[in-house]
Design a protein around this ligand. Structure first.
Ligand SMILES: Cc1cc2nc3c(=O)[nH]c(=O)nc-3n(C[C@H](O)[C@H](O)[C@H](O)COP(=O)(O)OP(=O)(O)OC[C@H]3O[C@@H](n4cnc5c(N)ncnc54)[C@H](O)[C@@H]3O)c2cc1C
Length: 489
């Protein structure tokens, strides 16, 4: 309601009728002195949303509205006074990417915020699980955390919370150091390739984190039973306020397609014997894609699956396999006569989409491992267990591809992987409260009657019930109930 300018992405069409695609424009919409809308515009509020109403979202309709040529944000492309389009990119398909790459900072912010949301959600659910007793043999009720089912439902998310936190901290440092050097005019080796790689990383990691946190919030809500449904548990607000992140700053399903474009470009380069452009070293291994595809599952013990070698090797195999599958699917659609746009759309399901999710998980793993090696020795055992759990818990969702692509045959991969997950759950049971204590914000910020760090769950719930305004008040309409005519039956 107080907005005077908007940053607008719109198609740029030059006087010769050529459409140069999406570009950014700075558009004045209201007079800053009177807040009145300029002629040619209809501006208004979109109305109440299903969450995050602390920010208002508006609509704008344009009718023959003119802005000066200088209002084009022209770092990557400009239009001369004569109406001629000029771009620093020779390949027009990269111009949109360059414009979109500027949005990385906002998406990294969303990932940082997601790390806080999942930390809060698991802290509440784990503290509740440690103190809530339910069922048991011979009237001896036991804590929820003792149940393997409960551990399996929650501990994967605790592991994800830790892995994501360390991944995003490490990645943000790398990102900011590049931005800082670039803004200071210092030389950054392969800057444009690094920016493209960062854009690819962010475009799949924002979907991975926001989707995982959304399902974590829901699982944590359910893991606290009926108490989890209380407003004062705060799990409902954590979930609702987080939910829109899967859509804003780029809908997850659309955004992750950008990562696929970049990965397929690198795969194409590797296949044709060229160099892979990966200054951040996330896919340099593609140079050896045929060797990675030759890897086979040979483990016989669960401990071997828990190792970083098994988890990273398996992810590399998966990325190479899904790249090959996606590439072949896309090319087969082109061979049928489809346009590039149509072929891309026909290659999303089970291929492109799975590829980008797998790559995002791999990124979380390699950035986590890099940080792990720098942590205090005393923390490494528990962090290693959390890493193994996150890696295997995530790989469990890729068993179809691992079998389909011939990485493994027979039942041992699925059996050992799932046994390893359950062993890790059991091993982490005694440490998981300490882990969430390290992750959780203060009680004031956590703001949950179920998640207070004092562990006095039942007393805290009782206090909250008793202090709820009107908890013990007789309803003002009580007479209407007691004076109803009595039944004659
Ligand atoms: C709370 C909130 C705040 C927001 N704040 C801002 C803001 O401050 N500024 C701003 O500019 N925008 C804002 N947005 C808008 C937001 O960025 C867009 O809603 C988002 O980018 C998705 O675009 P869309 O709504 O046009 O969805 P669409 O693109 O219409 O997508 C609708 C559905 O279709 C699917 N779909 C679309 N294209 C394809 C495709 N090619 N292949 C397969 N599936 C496809 C999508 O996955 C999605 O599920 C906000 C949105 C929300 C919810």
């Amino acid at each position: 309601r107080t907005c005077t300018h908007t940053l607008l992405f719109a198609q740029l069409i030059t006087p010769d009728g050529t459409n140069h695609g999406l570009h950014g424009f700075l558009v004045p919409i209201r007079n800053p002195d009177t807040l009145e809308t300029y002629p040619g515009l209809i501006v208004g509020d979109m109305g109440e949303k299903i969450g995050v109403n602390g920010i208002d979202n508006g609509f704008i309709m344009f009718n023959q509205y003119r802005i000066p040529r200088e209002n084009l944000l022209n770092r990557t492309a400009d239009v001369t006074e004569e109406g001629v389009y000029e771009s620093s990119f020779s390949d027009p398909s990269k111009i949109l990417g360059a414009a979109l790459e500027n949005l990385s900072a906002g998406r990294i912010g969303i990932m940082q915020e997601s790390c806080h949301s999942i930390a809060s959600a698991v802290a509440i659910a784990i503290r509740y699980a440690a103190t809530r007793t339910q069922f048991g043999e011979r009237d001896n009720e036991i804590s929820l955390i003792e149940y393997e089912l409960h551990q399996w439902r929650l501990f994967g998310y605790v592991a994800a919370a830790v892995v994501f936190r360390m991944y995003i901290e490490n990645f943000s440092r790398v990102y900011l150091s590049i931005v800082e050097k670039s803004n200071a005019g210092m030389k950054v080796d392969n800057l444009s390739e690094a920016v493209s790689e960062i854009h690819a990383m962010v475009s799949c990691s924002k979907p991975l984190l926001t989707w995982t946190v959304l399902s974590a919030a829901q699982q944590c809500r359910e893991a606290c039973g009926g108490h989890g449904y209380l407003k004062s548990a705060n799990l409902g607000d954590i979930r609702s306020n987080h939910e829109a992140t899967v859509t804003y700053e780029g809908d997850n399903n659309v955004l992750s397609q950008q990562t696929g474009n970049w990965l397929l470009r690198q795969f194409h380069a590797a296949r044709s014997g060229g160099a892979v452009d990966s200054p951040l070293n996330t896919v340099t291994f593609l140079m050896d894609w045929q060797r990675w595809l030759g890897a086979k599952f040979r483990c016989t013990k669960t401990d071997e699956l828990k190792s970083r070698e098994f988890i990273t090797t398996t992810y590399r195999w998966l990325i190479c396999y899904l790249l090959k599958q996606t590439h072949e699917k896309y090319e087969s659609e082109i061979a049928k006569g489809l346009t590039k746009f149509e072929a891309r759309a026909k290659s999303q399901v089970y291929k492109w989409r799975d590829l980008t999710k797998t790559y995002a998980e791999y990124l979380a793993i390699i950035f986590f491992l890099e940080s792990l090696d720098k942590k205090e020795k005393s923390l490494q055992p528990v962090l290693t267990k959390l890493f193994s759990l996150y890696g295997l818990w995530s790989l469990d969702q890729h068993l179809v591809e691992l079998y389909q692509g011939g990485y493994s045959q027979g039942e041992s991969l699925a059996r050992l992987l799932r046994e390893a997950v359950l062993e890790l759950c059991s091993e982490l049971k005694g440490e998981v409260v300490g882990v969430v204590d390290a992750l959780a914000p203060t009680d004031f910020v956590l703001n949950s009657v179920l998640g207070k760090s004092d562990g006095n769950l039942y007393q805290n719930i009782q206090k909250a019930f008793f202090s709820h305004p009107g908890a013990f008040e007789r309803a003002p309409w009580w007479r209407d109930v007691v004076s109803l005519p009595r039944s004659k039956i």
